[in-house]
Design a protein around this ligand. Structure first.
Ligand code: CP
Ligand code: NVA
Length: 296
């Protein structure tokens, strides 16, 4: 069976560490031509800046190239079933990266494709982001003996971080309003993998003594109908990263950021924010992942 990367725990802990080591090496020395003149298909149902540009430039750096397939470019979503898209596209390309709404659709793509399928974000998970996040934490803190606080919505980025932290035994606390906490199934899976995070509804308690504080938007792509309810819940409970909430922690954000909502302009522009290095690390981490998957 072809190896896919649909969730972070599609890698074992040893494989995840090896991908991070490889990413560090590629960042220092440049990547090898692992795509060997081949092609990466990039299927997008949602918008993207970082994922699109990092995968496309990554494919070039790996000695291949990428084909961008947006929502109106292909028959997917306009009547052609996912399984047919998967089988046809697999006949042309060496790997597929897809950003879809429904995670079950990505699983179907992965089941029918005959080349590796990589999750470029679904409503449930964003494992490529977690690769870059773990790489960034390792670089900044000098290893993974770090205390990380997630402050915000327990969304796709958070779920993948929870499982990545469980795999690599990273100390993680997740602070959310009560209505937006991590699902039991994710906590159970994290415990199975080795370590479930602490959970709290108190952002100040979560950030106290942390090395890294991480946030993301309160309203993810596809949740726009719930926007007012979510903004009210996070705002009233003090979940915005402000200078008053923080001490000297590194601040992470997967981006795009909504300044004035989950983070202030002053915090994201401060020296403690490592968001641009984090964004750059998407490129190195994904190149390492693709090389790992293509080598089989
Ligand atoms: N962090 C991230 O995935 O950004 P994009 O939505 O711009 O790809
Ligand atoms: N949680 C955000 C992440 C964007 C990269 C979203 O899904 O919109």
């Amino acid at each position: 069976m072809t190896a896919n990367f649909l969730t972070i725990d599609d890698l074992t802990a040893a494989e995840l560490e090896a991908v991070l080591d490889r990413a560090e090496r590629y960042k220092r020395e440049g990547p090898p031509p692992a795509l060997g003149g081949g092609t990466l298909a990039m299927i997008f149902e949602k918008p993207s800046t970082r994922t699109r540009v990092s995968f496309e430039t990554g494919a070039t750096r790996l000695g291949g190239h990428a084909v961008f397939l947006g929502p109106d470019d292909i028959h997917l979503g306009h009547g052609e079933p996912i399984r047919d898209t998967a089988r046809a596209v697999s006949r042309y390309v060496d790997a597929i990266m897809a950003r879809l709404f429904d995670h079950a659709d990505l699983e179907e793509l992965g089941r029918y494709a005959t080349v590796p399928v990589v999750n470029g974000l679904t409503d449930d998970a964003h494992p490529c982001q977690t690769l870059a996040d773990l790489l960034t934490i390792r670089e900044r803190v000098g290893g993974l003996d770090a205390d990380v606080a997630w402050v915000g919505d327990a969304n796709n980025v958070c779920r993948s971080l929870v499982l990545g932290a469980a795999l690599l035994d990273l100390e993680l606390t997740v602070a959310t309003p009560p209505a937006f906490t991590v699902e039991e199934a994710v906590l159970d899976r994290a415990a199975d993998l080795g370590r479930a995070p602490e959970t709290t509804t108190d952002p100040a308690a979560a950030v106290e003594g942390a090395d890294v504080v991480y946030t993301d938007v309160w309203v993810s792509m596809g949740e726009e109908a719930d926007r007012e309810r979510k903004l009210a819940a996070f705002e009233s409970a003090g979940f915005r990263l402000t200078e008053a909430l923080l001490e000297d922690q590194y601040v992470m954000h997967c981006l795009p950021a909504h300044r004035g909502e989950e983070i202030t302009d002053a915090v994201i522009e401060s020296d403690r924010a490592v968001v641009w290095a984090q964004a750059e690390n998407r490129l190195h981490a994904q190149n390492a992942l693709l090389a790992h998957l293509l080598e089989g």
